[in-house]
Design a binder for this molecule. Structure first.
Ligand code: NDP
Ligand code: GDR
Length: 341
């Protein structure tokens, strides 16, 4: 039985990857940081099948101990401060976790289990300013946020460990991918959650930033398969993973509201608070290399993805209403909403 260590297992991708690896018969070790309130929401159904290890990417001793305890065949480094907008107010933290944290886990693997295969969660945010469209493995990086800059470091240090120490280390340059498990501050989930709340009478407007930004959005469940495929090849390499299809944030909003027969123009309010100091205007990926060498294909279309997320949020908000009415005697209007970021 193969063993895999996943950092960031409580996040969106970590939870899908863990399910995928369990279905393939892996023994899965999940590294999570201590939190004052347990955060198992995304892994609730598989919690008992995971070997839990406590650790923090910024703490090298805990990373060494995590690799020693798991003794993994494969290591997937998905942990990060992953919210781009938060990286301006918290640039040091973002650098510590998203950049230097990668060095910590690579160093732990090099010291304890150098023949383990390593996956780094690189990002299309590294491309940043548009220098070439569509973006591929050879497109130069020009990051536009402290997050993007940190990911460039993580990317190159992974390449460097591969070339310096002959480690099997890969970077997946993944374009935006979403799901009903997406964090609420990211644009897709913010929109689908708002659509559900507006439809059910809990919210009256949706405050947004730049509606003209263009993204290449795919389904997270498809993308974690590419991570695994990268670690099953004869030689390690880096791959772009994307759908090759691009939509504006405005189209996303339009399609999401249409799902519940509403017109977004009646609800969306532009709010400068959500406009970024420097924007990535356009991301569109060319994943020909992954298709040809890994045999990877995306299976869920953009429209299917938005529909899936709206339906899931409608179900969840309805369940919250029922729960609050039964157990707390709240009226629907009193239900609290996450603080907008
Ligand atoms: P999430 O934000 O959902 O998950 C991030 C995970 O990292 C969480 O489990 C979080 O733990 C953990 N984490 C954060 N800080 C630390 C730390 N100091 N030590 C240990 N764990 C930590 O991200 P996604 O699942 O969406 O993304 C996974 C990875 O892929 C990230 O590295 C992201 O930057 C990258 N990526 C994501 C893309 C996307 O579109 N989703 C595209 C390209 C790259 P906790 O639950 O405690 O907060
Ligand atoms: P991104 O995702 O920054 O691409 O990073 P996000 O969903 O946060 O933003 C996408 C685009 O939407 C625009 N936008 C808004 N975004 C948010 N969050 N909230 C708003 O109100 C809003 N209005 C407009 C943004 O300006 C942006 O252009 C994600 C993360 O998962 C990263 O970790 C990952 O590396 C990249 O995708 C690829």
């Amino acid at each position: 039985m193969k063993k895999a260590l996943i950092t960031g297992i409580t996040g969106q991708d970590g939870s899908y990857l863990a399910e995928f690896l369990l279905s393939k018969g892996y023994e899965v070790y999940g590294m999570r940081r201590r939190t004052s309130t347990p955060n198992f929401q995304n892994v609730e159904l598989i919690k008992d099948q995971i070997q839990w290890i406590s650790g923090d990417l910024t703490d090298l001793p805990s990373m060494i101990e995590a690799v020693r305890e798991a003794d993994p065949d494969e290591v997937y480094n998905l942990a990060a401060q992953s919210y781009v907008a938060a990286s301006w107010p918290q640039p040091s933290l973002t650098t510590q976790v998203t950049a230097l944290g990668v060095n910590n886990i690579l160093e732990a693997v090099r010291i304890v289990k150098p023949n383990a295969r390593f996956y780094q969660a690189s990002s299309s945010e590294m491309f940043g300013k548009v220098l070439e469209t569509p973006q591929r493995e050879t497109t130069p990086f020009y990051p536009r946020s402290p997050y993007g800059v940190s990911k460039v470091y993580g990317h190159w240090i992974t390449v460097n460990y591969r070339e310096s120490f002959n480690m099997y280390a890969c970077s997946g340059i993944l374009f935006n991918h979403e799901s009903p498990r997406r964090g609420h501050e990211f644009v897709t989930r913010k929109v689908t959650d708002a659509v559900a709340r507006i439809k059910l009478g809990l919210q009256s407007e949706l405050r947004m930033g730049n509606l003209d930004a263009k993204r290449d959005w795919g389904f997270a469940g498809d993308y974690v398969k590419a991570m695994w495929l990268m670690l099953q090849q004869d030689t390690p390499d880096d791959y772009v993973i994307s759908t090759g299809e691009m939509h504006t944030v405005r189209e996303l909003v339009d399609i999401a509201f249409s799902q519940v027969d509403l017109d977004y123009q009646d609800y969306v309010v532009l709010d400068p608070k959500f406009v970024r100091p420097a924007e990535v205007d356009l991301l569109l990926g060319d994943c020909t290399k992954a298709k040809q060498q890994l045999g990877w294909e995306t299976e869920v279309s953009f429209e299917q993805l938005v529909k899936m997320m709206v339906e899931e949020d409608l179900r969840r908000v309805q369940a919250e209403i029922a729960y609050n009415n039964i157990y707390h005697g709240h009226t629907e209007k009193q239900l609290t909403k996450p603080v907008p970021l």
